[in-house]
Design a protein around this ligand. Structure first.
Ligand code: LLP
Length: 410
């Protein structure tokens, strides 16, 4: 259940008025609900309890250390794609035995770091990378667990910029090449190829693309297992949408065991958005109402550098006013940021509540791919991040200072 709701026309997050928080913290800021994050993780986790599995939270969606510590305490592992994500996971208390290192372009240092630090599994996306990892593992005198990330060549009905599972995308190794790799497995003496991995895209609302990828993987695994028995883990990636899905977690679970059974394999899940998205909001202040030629712009103090999903993917994030106001204005309205770019807009609507300069708005569902994708564009600082835990507000990332911003420039 959402922790964001109106009570007596006042918008509250958990049990605190948005206006109250905004009075003591400079906007714009991200604010997360510990309750939501915890519930999201537990609701997903509870479905798989009778399997052997790890839930490796995808740090690219949100890598705030406090949030990671909460997830670590609930038993989460991590899906990381860079050395610093790896380090953040460890720093937050996620053990290396629960870390999967993914990504198509890991460099030598990153691979060395992961192997030296006992990374549970490295997912590989090309033959060239496989050879490189084998060499580095040999140098280090170690045998590294490997997942082959296959490209199951399925279309997932999501935004073209976040689909990954078709052969047109750069990700994964084709089924045929994967079979070739298993045929020459003896060349990789410092690797233990234990897993088939896939991830077909993000924000997927329909079960069918998952079904197709399970089908492809099952078919491939059956072939491989004819003469290669150490394959024991299936990494199904992330991608489940938190909202407007036409399937439940139980449907997903049933599909999984229909193809792979309960006992034969270990599973890895890599959810990101599902766990973090609705646990976070972005609070911003209205700077100006500007009416021109029958059109209204509401200029807020958050910009595309703080949250770039609308500018990059035309993503629509609902925006609420901190006070419920029924006197809607029937005029074409755009809610825009202060950045010098036309694409710096959050939403376009024919109707938005009358709102005064200085009032606050809340952009919903930004706990995933909000803060992690923010930038310093227009020399704007990384903004403050807060966590609400029941009645308590905690600063979990300070706003970047000007000193920090310029300190590495010579
Ligand atoms: N595993 C792998 C290998 C991934 O590439 C991703 C996301 C995930 C797991 C987590 O996916 P999720 O459960 O969050 O859908 N910036 C985009 C999303 C990019 C997703 C990239 N990969 C957005 O804001 O929509």
């Amino acid at each position: 259940m959402s922790q964001l709701k109106y009570e007596n026309n006042i918008l509250r997050f958990e049990n605190i008025d948005i206006d109250e928080i905004a009075k003591t913290h400079q906007t714009p800021f991200y604010c997360y609900s510990k309750n939501m994050l915890t519930n999201n993780f537990n609701n997903f986790n509870n479905v798989f309890l009778d399997l052997n599995y790890k839930i490796c939270f995808s740090l690219k969606s949100n890598s705030n250390l406090t949030l990671l510590r909460i997830l670590a305490s609930l038993g989460a592992g991590a899906d990381v794609v860079s050395e610093w994500e790896f380090k953040k996971a460890i720093e937050a208390g996620i053990p290396a035995e629960k870390i999967v290192f993914s990504g198509i372009g890991k460099n030598e240092n990153e691979i060395r770091y992961a192997i030296a630090n006992n990374c549970f599994q490295i997912n590989v996306e090309s033959l060239a990378e496989l050879k490189k990892i084998n060499q580095i593992a040999k140098d280090l005198g170690k045998v590294q667990n490997i997942g082959i990330r296959i490209n199951p060549d399925v279309q997932s009905d999501t935004h073209e910029k976040i689909t990954t599972g078709s052969l047109e995308n750069k990700f994964g190794i084709s089924v045929n090449e994967t079979l070739d790799i298993f045929n020459r497995i003896n060349e990789f003496s410092s690797l233990s190829i234990t897993s088939i991995a896939f991830h077909i895209g993000s924000n997927i609302k329909d079960l069918n693309p998952f079904k197709h990828s399970f089908e492809v993987a099952k078919h491939l695994i059956d072939k491989i297992q004819l003469n290669y028995e150490t394959l024991k883990t299936i990494d199904v990636g992330g991608g489940i949408s938190p909202e407007d899905r036409n399937f439940t977690f139980e449907d997903y679970y049933n599909l999984l065991i229909t193809y792979f059974g309960k006992d034969k394999f270990n599973f890895i899940f890599e959810p990101g958005r599902l766990i973090a998205a609705d646990a976070g909001i972005l609070v911003s202040k209205v700077l100006y109402n500007k009416i021109t030629e029958g059109k209204k712009f509401i200029i807020i103090d958050a910009g595309m550098n703080d949250m770039m999903r609308p500018a990059l993917y035309d993503a629509e994030h609902e925006i609420l006013t901190s006070k419920l106001n029924n006197s809607d204005h029937n005029i074409e309205t755009e809610i825009v940021g202060p950045i010098c770019e036309t694409s710096d807009k959050f939403i376009k609507t024919d109707k938005f509540a009358n709102i005064e300069d200085g009032d606050y708005v809340v952009i919903k569902n930004v706990g995933a791919y909000g803060s992690t994708m923010s930038s310093n564009y227009n020399a704007r600082p990384f903004i403050e991040e807060l966590l609400i835990d029941k009645e308590e507000i905690q600063i979990i990332r300070k706003k970047q200072s000007f000193g920090d911003f310029i300190k590495n420039e010579l």
